[in-house]
Design a protein around this ligand. Structure first.
Ligand SMILES: Cc1cc2nc3c(=O)[nH]c(=O)nc-3n(C[C@H](O)[C@H](O)[C@H](O)COP(=O)(O)OP(=O)(O)OC[C@H]3O[C@@H](n4cnc5c(N)ncnc54)[C@H](O)[C@@H]3O)c2cc1C
Length: 502
């Protein structure tokens, strides 16, 4: 019979922000509650942070992956506070809080007050060159349309088409939401990504009316913003790698193993066995898989084929980021915004571009500019496959036509993110229910990461931390069951002196 009062080992698989947040939470609680557990994080690659990676080059601060922490959800800020990094948080610059949308060879500002899918102010919307008069009239029809059928999962495209019409979908919703999820709007589940719009329809019937009511509760100085709510964007002064580094520093020496891919997991009696890439095994009492769903599927296939097939069914899109450094004088455009998005129907390589050094302070030396162009995603996967030269030629062609930049960049930096963005297709929430059902068979195995209930950094921090809390709770249950057995079959050797367990 197993001795229930030994130190429990918890293994976190994956050293991206999800896995780090999970391991950090376990450490925090181990320390605060004097839990007899040991935490080990295993990362396949040589570096930690996953898609988060900041580099400094010639006075520029480059983000090769995400660059923003959204502050509308609390979990990112909360962790930053616990790590003592609150002073290092910076918001976006105050000026130029707007986005452009490409149409033909021109960048049009997204009309003031346009919030993701719909306008909240009629004047700027009617004056905008982004939609035809017919398209604008069809968008405004939302004010009079009845509610749609409620309950069923619906794609973003279907919702936008029925409320605002095809032109608003192609010209605005697709690039705006596509920019966040790099997704095909015909397949993206609205309920899994932007359920607030369904709730608005349910409560207020018209989305425009609902957004206008909401807007009246926003302080007047922020109402002019368009597109994303830039006042909710933040980053760390030296870039997001600072968050990764701070998390790693909080973990005890020896708790993190790099270049340590896990290749399979198996359950043997009451413990887990993890097979590692070097052919060795590690034992654990609990596991958190903080890795992409398709990788979790590969690890769990022999353990639970149903669980693995649900995980495997979550599709992913690949994307590529090109950072480009310029002298300011070489860019004729005033750069009076935070960047632009490009509708897929425009047939360009760039799907979105951030004016990074306009958006956040200190991203480039004085008189220089840092641009961050995105390509790939679910609708235009080809550029992800191109070699650097072909990609740069196409990106520079777009920057020339849209921003008038003829000069070669001082330097450029290409980062590919293969299968990095999960696609929450229609039916995603049913798939999550099936996954949760399958996981009831394995209470000490937890899944965390961006494949499930949110792709943003705060969401995945929350999922890592919630997985840690749930695992500790389930291990405590396992311990109570162990204690009951222990009472009936007392061990021969004393375990006095051990810390209390979980
Ligand atoms: C290009 C891009 C830009 C983005 N921009 C933003 C943004 O600005 N703001 C925002 O909030 N969100 C953004 N996101 C989303 C957000 O960054 C991600 O959802 C989040 O960082 C994912 O973190 P993760 O730890 O779950 O996954 P990952 O970062 O993918 O990390 C997973 C880790 O697990 C490791 N691993 C995989 N398999 C194994 C194995 N078998 N054994 C051991 N280790 C393994 C990998 O090597 C990797 O290090 C962006 C995403 C992308 C791709």
């Amino acid at each position: 019979m197993e001795h229930s009062h030994r130190v429990r080992r918890i293994i976190v698989v994956g050293g991206g922000i999800t896995g780090l947040a999970a391991a950090h939470r376990l450490e925090e609680r181990r320390h605060a509650e004097r839990l007899a557990c040991e935490v080990l994080l295993l990362e396949a690659g040589p570096r930690l942070g996953g898609v988060i990676s900041t580099t400094c080059r010639d006075g520029f601060i480059l983000e090769s992956g995400p660059d923003t922490i959204f502050t509308n959800k609390p979990w990112g800020l909360d962790l930053i506070g616990r790590l003592g990094l609150s002073e290092r948080l910076i918001g976006t610059t105050d000026t130029h809080r707007r986005t452009f949308v490409a149409r033909g060879g021109t960048l049009h500002p997204l009309p003031e007050g346009f919030l993701l899918l719909a306008p909240t102010r009629f004047g700027p919307f009617l004056r905008s060159g982004l939609l035809s008069w017919r398209g604008k009239a069809r968008t405004a029809l939302d004010l009079f349309l009845a509610r749609g059928r409620s309950g069923a999962d619906e794609s973003l495209a279907s919702f936008v088409r029925r409320r605002f019409g095809q032109e608003a979908l192609t010209r605005l919703a697709q690039p705006m939401v596509g920019g966040i999820y790099t997704a095909d709007p015909e397949r993206l589940s609205l309920r899994a990504t932007l359920p607030q719009f369904l709730q608005m329809e349910e409560r207020h019937r018209s989305i425009i009316l609902a957004l206008r009511r909401q807007r009246s509760s926003i302080p007047s100085e922020r109402r002019a913003e368009s597109g994303p709510r830039y006042s909710l964007f933040a980053t760390l002064d030296d870039g997001l790698q600072t968050l990764v580094d701070a998390l790693v520093q909080r973990l005890p020496a020896g708790a993190v193993r790099r270049c340590c891919p896990v290749t399979g997991i198996a359950r043997e009696e009451t413990r887990w066995t993890l097979r590692l890439g070097d052919g060795t095994n590690l034992e654990a009492d609990g596991i958190i898989l903080g890795i992409p769903a398709f990788r979790a599927a590969a690890l769990t296939r022999d353990l639970d084929a149903d669980l693995a097939s649900e995980l495997e069914a979550i599709p992913y899109a690949s994307s590529v980021i090109v950072n480009l450094a310029y002298r300011r004088e070489e860019i004729p455009h005033p750069l009076d915004g935070f960047g632009f998005v490009v509708p897929a129907c425009e047939g360009r390589t760039i799907i979105a571009c951030s004016f990074s050094s306009v958006k956040f302070a200190a991203r480039a030396p004085a008189d220089h500019v840092l641009l961050r162009a995105f390509a790939g995603g679910a609708l235009q996967p080809e550029p992800f496959e191109w070699d650097d030269e072909m990609l740069l030629t196409a990106v520079r062609r777009d920057l020339n036509e849209l921003l008038g930049i003829r000069a070669a960049p001082l330097w450029s930096h290409v980062t590919r993110h293969p299968r990095s963005m999960p696609q929450y297709h229609v039916g995603h929430l049913n798939r999550l229910a099936a996954l949760e059902e399958a996981l009831t068979r394995w209470p000490t195995l937890k899944l965390a990461g961006n494949a499930y209930r949110g792709v943003g950094i705060p969401d995945v921090i929350h999922s890592g931390e919630a997985a840690a809390d749930a695992l500790l709770a389930d291990l405590a249950v396992a311990r109570r069951q162990g204690d009951a057995e222990l009472a009936m079959n007392p061990p021969t050797r004393s375990c006095a002196g051990q810390e209390s367990l979980l």
